[in-house]
Write a protein that binds this ligand. Structure first.
Ligand SMILES: [Zn+2]
Length: 276
C-alpha cells in the first residue's frame, strides 16, 4: 500500500528564482478584483522553463515532441529518490548515482536531491547549482530511465561555469535518448527510496516545456522496529538528527535528543536505501 501524496513542487510568484539565461522575469498580477469586478483573476507572464516544470524534447531538439505530445505514462510511474548532497557548483557522477539510494532500473523515474531545493527563493547562490556530468547523464540513459528530476535549476552546469560555445550537453544526452527532465523540485524532507511519482505538465500546445505539479508517495508503509536512519549521532557535526514519522510521512529531524521510532510503524527502509 502506498503512503500519502506529498508535494515536490516549488511555488510560483513574482520574483521567483529563474535562470540567468532567461531574460523574461516571471510576473503575477491580479487584474480583476473582488472590490471592482466581483471576482478575482490573476494574469501571469511566465517562460515555460521557470519554476517546477517538465522539459519536452522540443526544448533542445527541433522537430521532436512538444510538451502536449508527451504521453502521460512518460511523466508518471514508479522510481527512486536519490540523496546526493552537493555544495555550489558540485558535480554528480555515475558513482554518486549508484550510491545515492535504491538501485535504478529500466523505466524508472529518478529524482535527485542535492539539498539545493531549500535555497529556492531563500539564498542568493541558488543559481550556483550542482550539475550532472556527461557520464552521469549517459549512465542514466543507459539504464533506460524515463525521466530525471533535480532540485535545482538545470542538470547542466550552472551559468557561471558555462564557457563560450556551451551547448547544454546533459540536456542533449538525456532528451536525445527520450529521457525527460524536470527542474526546480522541492525534495526537502523526503526520505530516499522507491516511490510513485506524478509530474503532469500543463497542456500547452506545441510548447517546449510547461509548469507541473509534481507529487510522490512512498510505496512501502511498514518500517523495521528500529530505523537505521534514526541512529543518534549520525551527523558528523555532533548534532543528533534522524528521520521521523510526521503526518503520514517521513521527515528529517534535526537537533535535540532522539528517542528512536515509537511503535516501529512506518514505511519500510529498503536495504538499498541505506546511507553510504
Ligand atoms: Zn527547462
Amino acid at each position: 500500500m502506498a503512503g500519502r501524496w506529498i508535494d515536490l513542487s516549488q511555488p510560483f510568484y513574482t520574483g521567483m528564482p529563474h535562470s540567468k539565461a532567461l531574460q523574461c522575469a516571471p510576473c503575477f498580477e491580479v487584474v480583476y478584483t473582488h472590490a471592482e469586478h466581483g471576482f478575482q483573476a490573476t494574469q501571469y507572464t511566465l517562460l515555460t522553463h521557470v519554476g517546477t516544470h517538465v522539459d519536452a524534447p522540443l526544448h533542445f531538439l527541433p522537430g521532436m515532441r512538444a510538451i502536449d505530445e508527451v504521453p502521460l505514462d512518460r511523466v508518471a510511474g514508479v522510481g527512486v529518490l536519490l540523496d546526493i548532497p552537493r555544495p555550489a557548483f558540485g558535480e554528480i557522477g555515475p558513482k554518486d548515482l549508484e550510491r545515492g539510494g535504491p538501485v535504478v532500473g529500466p523505466g524508472d523515474i529518478v529524482m535527485i536531491r542535492t539539498g539545493y531545493g531549500a535555497k529556492y527563493g531563500a539564498a542568493d547562490d541558488y543559481l550556483d547549482h550542482p550539475h550532472l556530468t556527461d557520464d552521469a547523464a549517459t549512465w542514466l540513459a543507459d539504464r533506460g530511465v524515463k525521466l530525471v528530476g533535480v532540485d535545482f535549476n538545470s542538470p547542466d552546469k550552472a551559468h557561471a561555469l558555462r564557457g563560450p560555445g556551451f551547448r547544454w550537453p546533459v540536456h542533449h544526452i538525456l532528451l536525445e535518448r527520450n529521457v525527460l527532465i524536470v527542474e526546480h523540485l522541492n525534495l526537502e524532507g523526503v526520505r530516499p527510496g522507491r516511490m510513485e511519482f506524478c509530474c503532469f505538465p500543463l497542456k500547452f500546445r506545441g510548447a517546449d516545456g510547461a509548469p507541473a505539479r509534481v507529487v510522490a508517495r512512498p510505496l512501502e508503509e511498514r518500517a523495521p522496529a528500529r530505523d537505521p536512519w534514526r541512529s543518534p549521532g549520525r551527523d558528523p557535526g555532533g548534532i543528533v538528527c534522524g528521520w521521523g514519522w510526521w503526518d503520514g510521512w517521513w521527515v528529517l529531524e534535526g537537533g535535540g535528543a532522539d528517542e528512536g521510532v515509537p511503535g516501529g510503524e512506518g514505511p519500510a527502509a529498503l536495504p538499498s536505501s541505506e546511507p553510504p
